[in-house]
Structures are given as structure tokens and as C-alpha cells.
Ligand binder design. Structure first.
Ligand SMILES: Cc1cc2nc3c(=O)[nH]c(=O)nc-3n(C[C@H](O)[C@H](O)[C@H](O)COP(=O)(O)OP(=O)(O)OC[C@H]3O[C@@H](n4cnc5c(N)ncnc54)[C@H](O)[C@@H]3O)c2cc1C
Length: 428
């Protein structure tokens, strides 16, 4: 009887097992649908996954969440992945190599305001300039404005640029201020700094990325009757009768509804066999991308940096995370270069030189592994195309590129996945 009830639910194929595809599959179960998730890679997680390098589990890149990631945190709770255990919550702290330090002592708005007043390195002209910017962005900036133009318009000081807005822009949008969308930046600042209690808190993974969502989601989905096929690439999709036929590595499959949760650059080939998708494929092809390079450097397990997270005003790396101080592997540093232009080798050389200069007391590293994600996120520019869902309501798109005026983040991926499941569930 149970099997029959399961068979009668509409079958949904979800192509892609990144955070958007996982969110979509979980919400499909809640909506009474029967999802099958196809992931080409051997493991789940997409651009936020645990990889093995020479047998070592490493994140493909250091990820930071913030308190404003409400949908991601609630999704984790829904499947039993407790954010309070898996993430270290720190009131907003920005410490830089040149001694600048802004550290909130709590998660309230008052603590945040006090942190600006007490920040080491911020003078009164800087504080007033920061306030001017935060007041200005209560009105969304013009659609075409860049972050640099917004910073000029609101008269930002050199100190604010170097310690607040440039680093926040490149970390949150993975796009430099001269190219980045002021509207998306304003949205991030409004959601975090102005978002109320806890919204600006930093949530830093204690465990590896796989443990935050991909692994508990796999367990939860299978326990709730969903099918998850890893190592299964979908080669093409066509309409077939009332539904869809998917060509996969392990043979054809049919589904009543379909969600494409691939990275945007992988979408056009998926749409090629479906009618009326040319315009959508053209629009998504217009997106541009930015890389992120992460240099993992392992020292003796007693090694500790003065701060769990340190910014470098001159970039290369932009941030260094002490994974041991965050409850992860002791002695392991993750050094991040956002919007990276250099090769893996050049980045690794520059980062090691910076570490030697900044921390002369460090011994020789035990090992170094550098991971370069060439298309880490779309470039978050004012003119980036915002994609609409296809007219056919049996088809939905999910992915971090689908939320207007929002950068490519885990939260965008999760929100889009939930929205995609709700869209196809609305169909009778
Ligand atoms: C190094 C790095 C650092 C980052 N740092 C942060 C951060 O600090 N904070 C933050 O919020 N975000 C960060 N991000 C961004 C975040 O990781 C992404 O926004 C998010 O993971 C995107 O998820 P997605 O599901 O939209 O896409 P993806 O993760 O790209 O998922 C798409 C999946 O589809 C699969 N697929 C593609 N084609 C097929 C096919 N034909 N058949 C089957 N499967 C297919 C792919 O293998 C992939 O697993 C970072 C990203 C990187 C790379």
C-alpha cells in the first residue's frame, strides 16, 4: 500500500546535487512529490563540497555564512543538521593585518553600533562616512550603479574603503567594487548590518562542508523515500508524452516534472532538447564568472593564529581562516583569494610569501594544497541578466544565479531550490 501511494505521487527529476538541488529535493518531499536527484559527480554538494586530496578531506573552498542566511539555517534544522553544533557563531569581527579591528561583543544592533564606535583604526570622519553609506542604502541604488560609484557618491574615506567596503564587497559578491552591483551590495548590507538581532553574525563551519548539508540531506532524503543517484550524469532531456525522458549514463528515465539545478554554464546543453528554450539559453550564456582560489596550509597541530579570521588589506590572500580556532583541524589554515586573476601556482606562491611576512614565527608548512574554482560564482555586475522561469510550469530552474539583486551564495542557492519545488508543486 505504501509503495502504491508512493507510485501515485508525481515523479520529479532534479538535475544537479549542489545546495540548490538538495534544497529542492527536500522541499519536493514536503510538497508530496517523488523526487529523484541526479548528480554527475561522485558526491553531493556541487560548489560547496568536501573533496579528497591525497586521501585528505578538504573543503573545495572556505565558506562563510551569516546570521541572515535564514532559509539555509532553517533547512539544516529541518533535516537534523544542527547549525548550533556545526557552525561557530561569532558576533561580527573584522581584524586586519595592519592592526585595524572592529569587533562586536554581542549580536544586537546596539552591540554592532558600539563596535563601530570602539573600532581600532576608525576615526570620527570614517564613522560618519560609514553612517552616510548605511543611510543612503535604505533607498535601493539605481540598477546600473556600481559599488565604486556608490562609495564615491557617499564620500567614503580611505580607511572605510580598505577595511570595510572593499573587503566586504569582494567577499560577499566575489566581484571587485569597480564592477560590482551597488544594488546587490546594498541588499547584502541591509540584510546583515541592518538586519536586526544576529543577522550580521559570522557563522563559520566547524565541520567540513559535506557535514553541513550534503551528507545529512542524503540520509534524510533516502529515509523519506526519495532517490539519489550520484555519479550519474544526465546527458540530455526531451519531452515525452505528458512528461520528460532523461538520457543518463545508466540508461533512460522518465519523469512528470523536471528541475534543472546545474550551474548556469551547464544549463544551455540541458535545455537543447526542449522546445522554446533558445531565449533562456542565450540569456544564461551571457553570465560571466569569477574564480576563487583557496590555499590550504597545514602546520603542526599546536599552531594558532591570533584571530580565527584575519583580513589582509592588500589582498593575496583576502582572508586567512584558522580552522583549528574554529573547531576544525588544528594547525590548518585556509587562505582565500576571491575574484582571483592569478593561476593556482601564482596564488600559492603569493599566499605563502604573505604568511611568512605576517607570521614570521610560523614553522615550515607540513603540506600545502591549493584549489582553484574557475567558475566559483557569477560576476555580480549591475547588468547581469536576471533569468525568468520557463513558461512551461512542469519545468523549473534552481541555482544561486536566480535571485535578483543577490550575489551567488549558499543562501541564494537554497532559496532558489525551495522556490523551484514550490513552483512545480503548484501544478495540479
Ligand atoms: C571556493 C568557493 C567559495 C565560496 N564561498 C562562499 C561563501 O563563503 N559563502 C557563500 O554563501 N557562498 C560561497 N560560495 C558560493 C556557493 O558555494 C554557491 O553559490 C553554491 O554552492 C551554488 O550552489 P548551486 O546548487 O546553485 O550550484 P552548484 O553547486 O554548481 O550545483 C550544480 C550541480 O549540478 C551538477 N551537474 C551539472 N550538470 C549535471 C548533469 N548533466 N547531470 C547531473 N548533475 C549535473 C554539478 O556536478 C553540481 O554538483 C563559494 C563558492 C566557491 C566555489
Amino acid at each position: 500500500m505504501d509503495n502504491l501511494a508512493q507510485e501515485l505521487k508525481p515523479a520529479v527529476a532534479i538535475v544537479g546535487g549542489g545546495w540548490s538541488g538538495l534544497a529542492c529535493a527536500i522541499e519536493c518531499v514536503h510538497q508530496g512529490l517523488r523526487p529523484t536527484l541526479f548528480e554527475a559527480a561522485p558526491g553531493l554538494g556541487g560548489r560547496a563540497r568536501t573533496v579528497r586530496m591525497d586521501g585528505l578531506p578538504l573543503d573545495n573552498g572556505q565558506h562563510i555564512m551569516i546570521g541572515a542566511y535564514t532559509e539555509t539555517l532553517s533547512l539544516m534544522r529541518r533535516i537534523g543538521a544542527d547549525p548550533d553544533r556545526l557552525l561557530q557563531r561569532l558576533p561580527l569581527t573584522l581584524s586586519f593585518d595592519d592592526g585595524f579591528r572592529l569587533a562586536a561583543r554581542g549580536s544586537s544592533r546596539a552591540s554592532l553600533a558600539l563596535a563601530f564606535v570602539r573600532a581600532r583604526g576608525l576615526g570620527w570622519p570614517d564613522r560618519l562616512a560609514a553612517l552616510r553609506l548605511l543611510r543612503a542604502i535604505r533607498t535601493p541604488p539605481a540598477a546600473q550603479e556600481t559599488v565604486s560609484a556608490l562609495l564615491v557618491r557617499t564620500g567614503q574615506t580611505e580607511c572605510c574603503l580598505r577595511h570595510l567596503w572593499w573587503p566586504l564587497c569582494i567577499s560577499a559578491l566575489n566581484t571587485t567594487a569597480d564592477r560590482a552591483s551597488a544594488r546587490a551590495f546594498a541588499r547584502v548590507l541591509n540584510d546583515s548590518l541592518m538586519g536586526g538581532h544576529g543577522a550580521a553574525d559570522l557563522l563559520l563551519p566547524r565541520a567540513d562542508l559535506g557535514a553541513l548539508l550534503p551528507e545529512p540531506a542524503l540520509f534524510w532524503l533516502r529515509a523519506h523515500g526519495a532517490t539519489v543517484k550520484t555519479g550519474t550524469r544526465v546527458l540530455g532531456v526531451q519531452c515525452s508524452g505528458e512528461g520528460f525522458r532523461l538520457e543518463c549514463g545508466d540508461g533512460p528515465t522518465v519523469a512528470d516534472r523536471i528541475v534543472f539545478a546545474t550551474s548556469p554554464h551547464q544549463l544551455p546543453s540541458m535545455l537543447a532538447g526542449l522546445p522554446d528554450m533558445e531565449a533562456l539559453a542565450r540569456e544564461v550564456s551571457a553570465l560571466e564568472y569569477e574564480a576563487i582560489n583557496t590555499v590550504h596550509v597545514a602546520f603542526d597541530s599546536t599552531t594558532r593564529l591570533p584571530d580565527a579570521m584575519t583580513g589582509f588589506v592588500d589582498g593575496e590572500p583576502h582572508w586567512v581562516f584558522d580552522r583549528g580556532a574554529l573547531g576544525g583541524t588544528p594547525g590548518l589554515l585556509a587562505c582565500v583569494v576571491s575574484a582571483a586573476r592569478d593561476s593556482r601556482e601564482q596564488t600559492e606562491k603569493a599566499v605563502l610569501a604573505t604568511l611568512r611576512r605576517q607570521y614570521p614565527q610560523l614553522a615550515r608548512p607540513l603540506w600545502v594544497r591549493t584549489i582553484s574554482e574557475r567558475r566559483a560564482t557569477f560576476r555580480c555586475t549591475p547588468d547581469r541578466p536576471v533569468l525568468r522561469q520557463p513558461r512551461d510550469d512542469r519545468i523549473a530552474l534552481a541555482g544561486d544565479y536566480l535571485i535578483a539583486d543577490y550575489p551567488g551564495t549558499l543562501e541564494a542557492a537554497v532559496r532558489s531550490g525551495l522556490a523551484a519545488a514550490r513552483r512545480i508543486a503548484r501544478r495540479p
